[in-house]
Write a protein that binds this ligand. Structure first.
Ligand code: AMP
Length: 315
């Protein structure tokens, strides 16, 4: 197993430690929506999340890609300042194939090839071990646990998952959830995991497991945030152009934890703001395929849409 070089020969070696350690898939996706089709494009939960987080703080990825993974994708991540010291290279890259109907809230998974993730044993680089923030993005919950165990006392650990892991690794997933501060799920996953159609009941059950914060994403209908005392409902942005919602959940999560890391404030009030930054970046992500829209995104556009979100909520 080899590690991906952080910088090309001749470039300065980056020493700074990342603010956020992110484990999750780095993938080649094939996606079909009513607005087009793309094959073997850059995707993966850790990819979307770290790119979104990089608007606010410095993320470091823990994952594995194959020998077939294009160098241009690595270069794109490096240019965003994303730490790749935890990215290994072996075998063939994880691949996901999915499609969406006009109701783009839910992807239909056509194929998942774990490939090099099948036997992946994550080794967290020394430089990541003191990261204040950890995001256990979508991947096998056993790998999520292995990563969390190697990080020293993070200020906040957040976990996301998806239906495949709920159906195949439910017990391991529940164990991992007990160890994190913030649980993120989408509405159908919350219903599946807690075996109830009622999202409030699902959130209450999740809080009983241990996390102090639970966020349920409702795709184009916004997000719900629950603590033991309060709840908050975040709107979604009424987008005119939606081409591909792949990665919206991960971009939401990445921007959210990026904002928390930047502000170093995990209060409920600040988490509400972070949710709106998450919704802002996720709304941009849906405007184009793969990471195309985030690649063209700047802070000015982000702040402008964040303000529009504030106006939407005024009454
Ligand atoms: P989402 O934010 O939920 O739209 O996540 C989409 C991304 O998740 C895609 O880029 C896929 O590569 C990745 N993905 C799909 N299935 C899995 C899985 N079972 N484990 C990890 N990542 C996955």
């Amino acid at each position: 197993m080899t590690f991906v070089k952080l910088y090309k020969t001749g470039q300065k070696q980056e020493k700074a430690m990342p603010d956020i350690a992110i484990v999750g898939s780095v993938a080649l996706d094939s996606v079909k929506t009513p607005f087009g089709e793309r094959n073997d494009v850059l995707g993966g939960a850790a990819t979307y999340a770290s790119f979104a987080a990089s608007f606010f703080a410095k993320p470091g990825i823990i994952a594995v890609v194959g020998e077939d993974f294009p160098e241009a994708h690595l270069e794109l991540l490096r240019k965003r300042g994303i730490d790749l010291r935890g990215l290994e290279k072996e075998g063939r890259t994880f691949r996901w194939q999915g499609s969406y109907e006009y109701d783009m809230n839910e992807a239909k998974t056509l194929k998942t090839e774990l490939n090099s993730f099948e036997n992946f044993n994550p080794k967290v680089p020394e430089e990541y071990k003191k990261a204040g923030y950890v995001f256990l993005a979508n991947i096998n919950p056993e790998l999520q646990m292995k990563v969390l165990e190697q990080i020293k006392k993070p200020k906040l650990a957040m976990l996301d998952t998806m239906n495949l892991w709920i159906s195949t690794k439910k017990q391991k997933l529940l164990e991992a959830i007990k160890k994190v501060d913030l649980l993120l799920l989408n509405d159908s996953e919350a219903r599946q995991l807690f075996e109830t159609p009622n999202l409030v009941k699902a959130a209450m059950q999740a809080l009983k497991l241990g996390p102090k914060h639970v966020i349920i994403k409702k795709g184009e209908h916004g997000a719900l945030y629950f603590t033991e005392q309060n709840h908050f409902s975040a709107p979604s942005y009424p987008l005119e152009t939606i081409k591909d919602p792949t990665g919206c959940g991960d971009s939401f999560a990445g921007a959210l934890i990026g904002y928390l890391a930047k502000t170093n404030d995990n209060s409920e009030k600040n988490i509400r703001k972070a949710i709106i930054y998450g919704s802002t970046i996720a709304s941009f992500n849906a405007e184009d395929f793969s990471l195309e829209r985030m690649k063209r995104l700047n802070m000015e556009e982000i702040e402008k849409r964040y303000s529009e979100f504030e106006r939407i909520r005024e009454f």
